[in-house]
Design a protein around this ligand. Structure first.
Ligand code: FE
Ligand code: FE
Ligand code: FE
Length: 174
C-alpha cells in the first residue's frame, strides 16, 4: 500500500465485508434473544445495516471501483465470540446480556472504522463520501447508546436477578 488513497480503498473493503457479515449475524441474534426489546433492537438494526451496505456501494461508485469486500479478521473474531455466547450460555437472561455486549463490540468496531473513513475522506477531498460515512457513523453511535440504555434499564437487571446467589435473593433488595 503506497498511498492514503489505497489505504482508504482497502478500509472501505474491510468495512464492506464486516457489514455483510453483520447482516447475516443479526437475524440469528434477533431470533435467539429472549427479551422482546432486545430482539426489536436487533431487528431495527438489520434495516439500518442494509442501508449502510448501500451507502458503501455508493462510495465504491464514487471511487470508480466495483464493490468488493476484503476479509476482516476483527469482525470475524467479534462475531465468533458472540456465537459462542449464543451456544454456551444456558440461562436466557444471562445469554441476552452476553449477546447485547457482543453487539456493542460490533458497534464499537464499526464506529472506529467509520470515524477513520470520514476523516480520510475529508483529507482526500471527497465531500460526498464524508456525508455518507457520517450518516452511518451517527446510526452506529445511536445503536450503541440504545444498547447501553437497554442493558442498564432491563437486560443486566434481569440477568443479575435471575442468577443471583440464593442468600442474596432471599435477603431481598435494600
Ligand atoms: Fe453497520
Ligand atoms: Fe477489519
Ligand atoms: Fe452497526
Amino acid at each position: 500500500m503506497e498511498s492514503l488513497e489505497q489505504l482508504f480503498e482497502e478500509t472501505v473493503r474491510d468495512i464492506y465485508y464486516a457489514e455483510k457479515k453483520i447482516l447475516r449475524a443479526l437475524p440469528k441474534m434477533a431470533k435467539k434473544a429472549s427479551s422482546p426489546n432486545l430482539a426489536k433492537a436487533f431487528e431495527m438494526h438489520i434495516a439500518e445495516t442494509e442501508a449502510q451496505v448501500e451507502r458503501l456501494e455508493e462510495v465504491f461508485d464514487l471511487i470508480g471501483k466495483a464493490p468488493r469486500g476484503k476479509t476482516c479478521p476483527a469482525i470475524d473474531g467479534i462475531i465468533e465470540e458472540g456465537e459462542e455466547i449464543m451456544k454456551d450460555v444456558k440461562d436466557d437472561t444471562v445469554r441476552d446480556a452476553g449477546m447485547l455486549a457482543a453487539a456493542q463490540a460490533v458497534e464499537h468496531y464499526e464506529i472506529t472504522r467509520y470515524g477513520t473513513l470520514k476523516s480520510w475522506a475529508g483529507k482526500l477531498g471527497m465531500s460526498d463520501a464524508v456525508k455518507l460515512f457520517d450518516a452511518t457513523l451517527k446510526e452506529e453511535k445511536a445503536t450503541d447508546v440504545k444498547l447501553t440504555e437497554l442493558a442498564e434499564s432491563e437486560i443486566n437487571i434481569e440477568a443479575e436477578e435471575a442468577t443471583a446467589a440464593p442468600a442474596k435473593r432471599a435477603g431481598g433488595k435494600s
